[in-house]
Design a protein around this ligand. Structure first.
Ligand code: ZN
Length: 240
């Protein structure tokens, strides 16, 4: 069984479609979404409906939380806050209700999924080094846990100690625990503009990262024509 794990879609419909097409071509038969379906880009409603129709496990991201609530966004960075206000206006109450109902943590097959970290899922902490990863491992009771949130594909493995391993093709070893960031479909931040997702081949015990070209010009055009901040279109091309 090959499972496609994708998240941080951020309302980028062209990137999401490209990823789903690629995953189908790669023989994936199961789908798992790591949250942040909406926020930043111009197709929140369309992306939400696509993901919802897949009826796959989905966990809640911080932008899903912010877009579906009514709380003040004052403390947030102004560009993200502007995009979230815009997103709130472009989702129906029923769609916002679906986002509110998403769970923070789920177990799927023999692995766990969470948007940020297992130690404090609601705190939306960012894992950028092995010390951040250590806190998560204390609460990780499955062999493998997948997450997102930083938009940077990254893999930490814990044996006698925690180490970072290159995020390309990971052979899952029995005596290690893995905390795997699958990168971002709709707004990568590792300097590569292409959509990112991962495939977990369960029988082969292999996790593979994939980078996919998509029609970025259309996504950028929709951001600008939709009245969202222009910087959101520019950062897509930079992969930042
Ligand atoms: Zn995100």
């Amino acid at each position: 069984m090959r499972i496609a794990l994708f998240g941080d879609i951020h309302a980028n419909l062209e990137a999401l479609n490209a990823v789903l097409d690629d995953a189908a071509g790669q023989g994936c038969s199961e789908w798992v979404c790591l949250g942040d379906v909406v926020g930043y880009n111009a197709n929140p409603s369309e992306c939400l409906e696509l993901v919802r129709a897949m009826e796959c496990p989905v966990v809640k991201g911080n932008h899903d939380d912010d877009a579906s609530g009514d709380h003040s966004l004052e403390t947030m960075n102004p560009t993200a806050a502007t995009a979230l206000e815009w997103t709130r206006e472009h989702l129906s109450e029923e769609q916002r209700e679906w986002l509110r109902g998403l769970r923070m943590v789920r177990q799927v097959s023999n692995f766990t999924i969470v948007h940020s970290t297992l130690d404090q899922p609601q705190a939306w902490n960012y894992v950028t080094n092995k010390f951040d990863a250590m806190s998560n491992f204390s609460y990780q009771f499955t062999h493998v846990c997948f997450h997102g949130h930083t938009h940077v594909p990254r893999v930490f493995a814990r044996g006698a100690r925690v180490k970072e391993v290159p995020a390309d093709s990971i052979e899952i070893e029995d005596d290690l625990k893995y905390f795997i960031n699958i990168g971002s479909v709709g707004q990568p931040r590792d300097g590569d503009w292409r959509a990112c997702y991962a495939i977990y081949d369960l029988p082969a015990r292999l996790v593979t990262f994939r980078r996919i070209d998509y029609d970025i010009e259309t996504t950028q055009k929709k951001i600008i024509e939709g009245g969202l901040p222009h910087s959101l279109a520019e950062r897509l091309a930079d992969g930042r």
